[in-house]
Structures are given as structure tokens and as C-alpha cells.
Design a protein around this ligand. Structure first.
Ligand code: HEC
Ligand code: HEC
Ligand code: HEC
Ligand code: HEC
Ligand code: HEC
Ligand code: HEC
Ligand code: HEC
Ligand code: HEC
Length: 439
């Protein structure tokens, strides 16, 4: 991307008052400052003191929303940390990071205050060409993709949101929302198949969160995406906590996780095509239509299973257990702190015994990390939660053993197995009556 224009100054864009939903006309005929980084064409702030972006001169509502996000504070936060040094600046300013520009750019090459903070162009890329001829065809589109090889990220959220201090991309990539979930049915045709609505990123943004706006990956219909950052996070607005696209603290189907984790709450007897309970976790937590109610059941069907973890005592709902942060002091040197940011989405993940960082996979309950249960303030200690889970699992196992204990461990119900059902089976076999039991 190179724009070398001899006569940039003074530049007044011929602004066409085209139809635009984003109140583009409001600032029609506004001049913009010539880009300080002429080589790459980053416009940066129009007014540094007011934090008025040049993009925001026309896209006024986006400017207003963005102003409320932490991205608009990135420079101040860096300075206030008392640790600011040149190596920090790229991610806290408009630079080549987060967009498609491939060489040092923006603040990094100019040190100009108009490039402070994570502005529109951090994600969208340089806007000089677009501002000079503002229409949809010239618009710099942001990318939602995250490359499988994170170290090679040259674009998007992952270029800044990775590294020891903020390993969001690394953890996400290990999670089932990331590349670990590629086995899911995201490749199916979105028109004829509902699966991508929850299993593919672009379709999920549209159908689950109602976002129909443009981004780079929309052009190619086979450019499938996992559940990337921009599925859950609103790039522009902090209207919801954590810049999420939907509320976190609302025990309903509108909640950020329940939107997808709610396909089917109960078994569907006799249906050959439906798999029955399917991502029932959301419904279970909010106590809606989860669990099996026997036909002709007489009783309180309205008051269905309700989880104590879905009440106001646990306002962060799923996130208390599945998205929480903690620091691990590197046990080797004891010198530096590794931050874990909860983006493996595991409630009780397994930790690397050396670094203390979540690694995914399986391990014994004794080795799992129960910090979320304590950090949330719900349980006094990790061990308190661990002990309770072990106890309740043991109770559940005893109860299911009353139904059927697979004594010979062959995963087949034999009349000699323990529990009530094998006795029914034994009776049916003894009576020669195959109608009594249909396995
Ligand atoms: C001079 C006014 C102006 C400026 C400055 C401006 N834009 Fe635009 N932008 C427009 C107009 C006009 C459109 C076309 C709107 C339409 O087709 O509905 C547009 C379209 C867009 C679109 C596509 C929206 C769509 O729905 O197709 C994006 C993305 C965009 N601009 C981003 C930016 C960014 C990022 C900046 C700053 C680098 C910026 N714009 C600066 C006027 C402007
Ligand atoms: C140029 C680097 C950069 C890019 C690109 C970037 N971010 Fe950020 N982001 C930051 C920095 C720096 C902060 C911290 C700002 C602060 O706290 O002052 C931040 C903060 C955040 C926060 C914290 C909000 C909160 O309330 O705590 C969220 C969420 C976020 N970014 C999401 C995203 C998403 C989603 C994308 C991609 C669409 C993205 N970011 C792209 C640098 C970046
Ligand atoms: C690779 C990009 C990148 C670099 C380099 C970087 N940051 Fe950040 N920084 C981020 C992102 C992304 C966030 C927001 C995520 C979060 O809140 O954890 C952030 C958040 C912060 C915050 C606010 C959140 C917090 O943890 O309290 C401070 C302070 C900060 N950075 C300081 C620094 C300092 C000091 C340096 C240099 C030593 C630095 N950053 C270098 C990307 C970066
Ligand atoms: C953290 C990255 C990020 C930042 C910062 C950012 N955007 Fe975006 N923008 C995106 C992504 C991703 C999309 C597509 C998804 C969406 O709209 O939520 C997008 C979409 C858009 C669109 C097209 C959607 C529409 O409503 O027509 C416009 C226009 C736009 N951005 C303008 C801006 C402006 C102006 C700013 C600064 C005030 C800005 N963006 C800041 C990432 C970003
Ligand atoms: C309403 C959202 C939603 C829809 C629609 C949906 N799923 Fe899912 N599905 C999920 C969620 C969330 C999970 C992960 C939770 C879990 O595993 O319990 C999941 C898990 C799965 C798994 C298990 C993944 C694994 O590797 O173990 C399969 C297989 C699956 N879905 C297939 C499908 C198919 C096929 C369709 C379309 C007919 C579909 N899903 C439609 C939300 C949905
Ligand atoms: C499945 C949904 C989901 C996905 C995907 C996701 N996040 Fe998050 N993220 C969350 C939730 C939930 C929180 C917690 C918000 C809160 O507690 O307010 C969060 C918090 C954050 C924060 C704020 C941390 C703070 O300091 O408060 C940042 C930054 C962030 N995510 C970045 C990312 C990035 C970058 C990606 C992609 C690599 C990503 N997220 C993917 C759901 C998601
Ligand atoms: C856009 C839809 C969507 C949203 C939003 C979403 N998920 Fe998921 N989630 C999925 C899908 C699809 C899978 C299964 C992927 C696969 O295995 O193929 C999944 C998998 C998971 C898994 C792993 C399940 C397993 O079997 O290992 C956990 C845990 C999880 N999600 C938690 C959350 C939490 C917590 C939130 C909210 C912060 C959330 N999800 C938001 C779609 C979503
Ligand atoms: C009180 C803590 C807690 C809350 C709240 C909670 N979960 Fe869980 N969740 C767990 C634990 C513990 C597991 C079991 C993990 C294991 O066995 O590895 C689990 C398992 C899961 C799984 C299956 C993961 C796997 O590896 O098989 C999914 C998906 C899931 N939860 C999603 C959600 C969603 C969505 C919400 C909110 C609607 C939620 N959870 C609320 C603690 C919680």
C-alpha cells in the first residue's frame, strides 16, 4: 500500500453526500488533514485533543461508540503504566499492527500524536484513498480472520492481542471456538443448513448477532471462519461489558453464550434425525426447557430444572467459571508473571505443570484448575469447589448405578449387571417376552 502524492496540502476532499446509514452526510464537505505518514496514507486524528478521528468526521455514530471503548484510551493507559517504552507503542497506537500494512508505519515511523490510541485505521488500514473519494468501493475493510499460524499474523485482532501479557489469540486458538473446533459442520451451505449459524463465524455474526455490515472476509463465500474474536466482541462499542456483542449478565436466551449454547435442551424420543440435547448448557443454566419431562407427568412442569449458578448470585453466569483471568509466576525464574486470560473457555482446565498455563486436554480432577470458582467469590477456596464437585459426581454415579451399573464394564446391558434396568431385562428374558424391554 503506497500513496505518494506530491501536493497533499491543502487537501479538501470532494465529499459526495451519498446515501449512508451512518450519518455520513452530517460532516459533508469537512476537510481532512494531510496524512503525516504520507507513505502509507494513515489519516489518524483530525483533532488530537478532542480525540476526533478523521474517519469519525463522516462516520459520526461509529466515532461516538468507539470513544467509549478502551481502544480509545490505549495511549493514556500505556503512559499511566509507568512502564512505557518504544517496544510497547505499536499496539497502543495506529501502526502497521492490526491491518494489512506490511512495513513499519504510522506512529512507529512518525512519532506523531495524531496516531495515539487504537483508532479506526488500526483495524481498517489507511483511509487516505477512501477519504479522498469517499464511497463504498474505496472503503478500507477490517478483517475478522485469525491465521492458524499466529506468529505469522499480519492483520486483525490477533496481531495485537497475543504475547505473554495478553495471550488471547494463543488461548483462543487452543479452544473449541478456535482451530480446535474445525471438525464442526461449519462448511455446510448457510442457505440450506442451520448448522453454520452457530458453527461458522461469519454466519454466526449475522444470524446470532444481527450484524450485516461489511468486512474483508465477506467477499469469498467459502472463506469459512471459526468463532473468531469479532463473533463475540463488538469492535466498535462498549455498550455491553467487555465490548461483547450481547450482555453477559442476563439469564436469558439473549445472553452472549446462551445465544449458541441452546440448540436443544431435551431428548427427542423417536426422532431419527435430531440428536436430542445439543449444546444444552445455556438452557440448563437459565433453567429453561432443559431436561426430560416424562409424558403425562403430573406435577410442576413450569418450574423446571433451575441451576443455582444461573441466579443473580452469579452475575457473570458462564464467564465466572469459563472466562476468568489469573496470574502465574514463572516457577523457573520466579521473576516474571505470565497472565492467563480465560480464553480457552475451559471451566476447570488442565495446567502445564511447569508454566501453569492452561494446555487443554484431559487430566485428573486433582490436577485441574478450580481458580474460577474462587476468583468469582462463589467458593472460598479452589479446594472447596473441587471437593464439592467430587462429592456431587460420586452422588450422581451412585444414583445412575441404581439404574444400571455396568459391572463387567463392557458398555452393554447384561441381565447380570447391577441396578434396576438389568433386573427388568432379566425378567423379560426369563418370561421370553421381548416386548417388555426395548433396548
Ligand atoms: C469524507 C467522508 C468520509 C470519511 C472521512 C470516511 N468515510 Fe468511510 N464512507 C464514506 C461514504 C460516503 C461511504 C459510502 C457509504 C455507503 O455506501 O453507504 C463510506 C463507506 C465506508 C465503509 C463501508 C460501509 C458499507 O456499509 O459499505 C467503511 C468500512 C468505511 N467507510 C470506513 C471508513 C474508515 C475506516 C474511515 C477512516 C479511515 C472512513 N471510512 C473515512 C465517507 C467517509
Ligand atoms: C493495534 C492493536 C490492537 C488491535 C488491532 C486490536 N486491539 Fe483490542 N486492545 C488493544 C489495546 C492496547 C487494548 C487496551 C487498551 C487499554 O486498556 O487502554 C485493547 C483492548 C481491547 C478490549 C478490552 C475491552 C475491555 O473492556 O476491557 C477488547 C474487548 C478488545 N481490545 C477487543 C479487540 C478486538 C475484538 C479486536 C479485533 C476486531 C481488537 N481488539 C483489535 C489493542 C488492539
Ligand atoms: C503485542 C501488542 C502489545 C504490546 C507490544 C504491548 N501491549 Fe499493552 N496491551 C495490549 C493489549 C491487546 C491490551 C489489552 C488486553 C488486556 O487488557 O489484557 C493491552 C493492555 C495494556 C494495559 C492495560 C491493561 C492491564 O493489563 O492493566 C497496560 C497498562 C499496557 N497494556 C501496558 C503496556 C506496556 C507497558 C507495554 C510495553 C512494555 C505494552 N503494553 C506492550 C497489547 C500490547
Ligand atoms: C478493533 C478494530 C476496529 C476498530 C478500532 C474500528 N473498526 Fe470499524 N469495523 C471493524 C470490523 C471487524 C468491522 C466488521 C464487523 C462489524 O461491523 O461489527 C467493522 C465495520 C465498520 C464499518 C462498516 C459497518 C457499517 O456500520 O456500515 C464502518 C463504517 C466502520 N467499521 C467504521 C469505523 C470507524 C469510523 C472507526 C473509528 C471511529 C472504526 N470503524 C473502528 C473493526 C474495527
Ligand atoms: C443454536 C446453535 C447451534 C446450531 C444451530 C447447531 N449447533 Fe451443533 N453445537 C452447538 C454448540 C454451542 C456446540 C458445543 C457444545 C457442546 O459440545 O455441547 C455444538 C456441538 C456440536 C457437535 C459436537 C462437536 C464435537 O466435535 O464434539 C456436533 C457434531 C454438532 N454440534 C453438529 C451440528 C450439526 C450437524 C448442526 C446442524 C444440523 C448443528 N450442530 C447446529 C450449537 C449449535
Ligand atoms: C465465545 C466468545 C468469545 C470469543 C470468541 C472471544 N472472547 Fe474475549 N471475552 C469474552 C468474554 C465473555 C469476556 C469477559 C468479559 C467480561 O468479563 O466483562 C471476554 C473478555 C475479553 C477481553 C477483556 C479483558 C479485560 O481486561 O477485561 C479482551 C481484551 C478480549 N476478550 C479479547 C478477545 C480476543 C482478542 C479474542 C480473539 C482471539 C476474543 N476475545 C475472543 C468472550 C469471547
Ligand atoms: C457463535 C456461537 C457461539 C457462542 C456465542 C459461544 N459458543 Fe461456545 N461453542 C460454540 C460451538 C459451535 C462449539 C463447538 C465447536 C466444535 O467442537 O466444533 C463451542 C464449544 C464450546 C466449549 C467446548 C465444548 C466441548 O465440548 O469441549 C465451551 C466450554 C464453550 N463453547 C463455552 C462458551 C462460553 C462460555 C461462551 C460465552 C462466553 C460461548 N461458548 C459462546 C459456539 C458458540
Ligand atoms: C459454576 C460454574 C459453571 C457455570 C456457571 C457454567 N459452567 Fe459450563 N462447565 C462447568 C464445569 C465444571 C464443566 C465440566 C468441565 C469438565 O468436566 O472438564 C462445564 C462444562 C461445560 C461444557 C462442556 C465442556 C466440555 O469440556 O465437555 C460446556 C460447553 C459448557 N460448560 C458451557 C457453559 C455455558 C454456555 C454456560 C453458561 C450458560 C456455563 N457453561 C456455565 C462449570 C460451569
Amino acid at each position: 500500500m503506497k500513496f505518494l502524492r506530491a501536493a497533499l496540502v491543502p487537501l479538501v476532499a470532494a465529499m459526495v453526500a451519498t446515501a449512508c446509514t451512518d450519518t455520513v452526510t452530517e460532516y459533508a464537505n469537512r476537510p481532512f488533514n494531510p496524512p503525516v505518514d504520507q507513505l502509507n496514507g494513515f489519516l489518524g486524528y483530525y483533532d488530537v485533543a478532542a480525540q476526533q478521528t478523521t474517519c469519525g468526521n463522516c462516520h459520526a455514530s461509529k466515532q461516538g461508540q468507539w470513544r467509549g471503548t478502551k481502544h480509545a484510551n490505549a495511549w493514556a493507559t500505556l503512559q499511566a503504566s509507568g512502564e512505557a517504552r518504544p517496544s510497547c507503542e505499536g499496539c497502543h497506537t495506529v501502526s502497521e499492527l492490526g491491518n494489512h500494512v506490511g512495513q513499519a508505519a504510522g506512529y512507529k515511523t512518525t512519532g506523531d500524536a495524531s496516531y495515539h490510541d487504537v483508532q479506526c485505521e488500526s483495524c481498517h488500514g489507511p483511509g487516505f484513498t477512501h477519504a479522498s473519494a469517499p464511497d463504498a468501493g474505496t472503503a478500507p475493510l477490517a478483517s475478522i480472520a485469525i491465521p492458524e499460524d499466529l506468529a505469522s499474523a499480519t492483520n486483525g485482532c490477533a496481531e495485537c492481542h497475543q504475547g505473554a501479557g495478553q495471550p488471547f489469540a494463543e488461548q483462543w486458538a487452543e479452544s473449541r471456538h478456535g482451530y480446535a473446533g474445525v471438525t464442526s459442520p461449519r462448511e455446510r451451505d448457510p442457505v440450506t443448513n442451520v448448522c453454520p449459524q452457530c458453527h461458522e463465524g461469519r454466519e454466526a455474526i449475522k444470524t446470532k448477532f444481527g450484524v450485516t455490515t461489511v468486512f474483508a472476509e465477506q467477499a469469498d463465500p467459502t472463506d469459512y471462519q471459526p468463532i473468531v474474536c469479532a463473533v463475540c466482541h463488538n469492535p466498535h462499542s462498549a455498550a455491553n461489558e467487555g465490548q461483547l456483542r450481547a450482555p453477559l449478565a442476563e439469564p436469558s436466551r439473549e445472553q452472549i453464550c446462551v445465544r449458541c449454547h441452546s440448540r436443544e435442551g431435551h431428548p427427542i424420543p423417536g426422532s431419527p434425525t435430531r440428536r436430542g440435547p445439543h449444546a444444552a448448557q445455556g438452557l440448563l443454566v437459565i433453567g429453561e426447557d432443559a431436561g426430560w419431562i416424562p409424558p403425562n407427568f403430573v406435577g410442576d412442569t413450569a418450574n423446571k430444572i433451575a441451576s443455582s449458578h444461573g441466579t443473580t448470585a452469579n452475575p457473570r453466569l458462564c464467564a465466572s467459571c469459563h472466562v476468568y483471568m489469573f496470574d502465574v509466576t514463572d516457577p523457573g525464574t520466579g521473576a516474571f508473571v505470565i497472565r492467563s486470560v480465560g480464553h480457552t473457555f475451559e471451566a476447570i482446565g488442565c495446567l502445564d505443570p511447569t508454566t501453569g498455563v492452561p494446555v487443554g486436554g484431559d487430566c485428573a480432577l486433582a490436577e485441574r484448575n478450580f481458580k474460577g470458582c474462587a476468583v468469582s467469590g462463589c467458593h472460598l477456596t479452589e479446594d472447596d469447589a473441587r471437593t464439592k464437585l467430587i462429592a456431587i459426581r460420586s452422588t450422581m454415579n451412585s444414583l445412575t448405578d441404581l439404574m444400571w451399573a455396568d459391572t463387567d464394564n463392557d458398555s452393554v446391558m447384561d441381565p447380570t449387571d447391577g441396578g434396576v434396568l438389568p433386573q427388568v431385562l432379566a425378567q423379560a428374558i426369563a418370561a421370553g417376552d421381548s416386548n417388555q424391554i426395548n433396548l
